[in-house]
Design a binder for this molecule. Sequence first.
Ligand code: 13P
Length: 256
Amino acid sequence: MRTPFIAGNWKMNLNHNVAIKFIEDISYKFENKNNIKIAVCPSFTSLRSVILVLEDESAKNANIKIKVGAQNMYFEESGAYTGEVSPEMLKTLGVEYVIIGHSERRELFGEIDESVNKKLKAAFNHDLKPILCVGETLKVREEGNAIDYILMQIRKDLKDISGIEISGLTIAYEPIWAIGTGKNATPQDANEMCKAIRGEISKLYSAEIAENLIIQYGGSVKSSNAKELMAMPDIDGALVGGASIKADDFLAIINY
Ligand code: 13P
């Protein structure tokens, strides 16, 4: 039985002052009717503030169980890598999750499968739980090659990573054409892809590992479409962008 997992990717939004107010607001209104796993992924500059607020709020109300993730990291331990953040730095802050290979990193910042693979290995080495993002462009989908493309990404990204390591992994299927466009994949199309991903994990690892793997859908998830997406058998959660920085919308998605 897989526990659904909804994570908010705040992207480059909410400076630490705004993030503090926002996470306080979420905490005051927090209800988790579905008893699911929840995480928020602020910018590096807001991580510590959000973690401290959540520590405080959960001490007051034990029902507030919101984990914190980073949006990226570098794979090296330390050294002359100006502008980068190491896995150990995140772990020491109290970060639990880390998004790896988001399409915005791939499209805008030159992230490639080889570096995604190194980052995944580094995350596992430091006991961070990666959320691996995969997704196809509109061109790839229209050419009818979406499934092949995504499965190839999965094989490259998970190269030489063992089944024991990937027990902490979440995969987020985020079709690039659905991100920030207001146009989500249909629940059927999203489920078809999540099912194909699960099938590939079963081939690469085992049926049991595939069965336990959490696969999220991301791309214009809103309170109005969360329920039908989450109802699909192979979709175990959502990676939410725009709607995750509006408290009422994010809470409505959690309580889909
Ligand atoms: P939107 O929900 O804004 O489409 O973004 C999705 C996303 O990229 C989450 O990582």
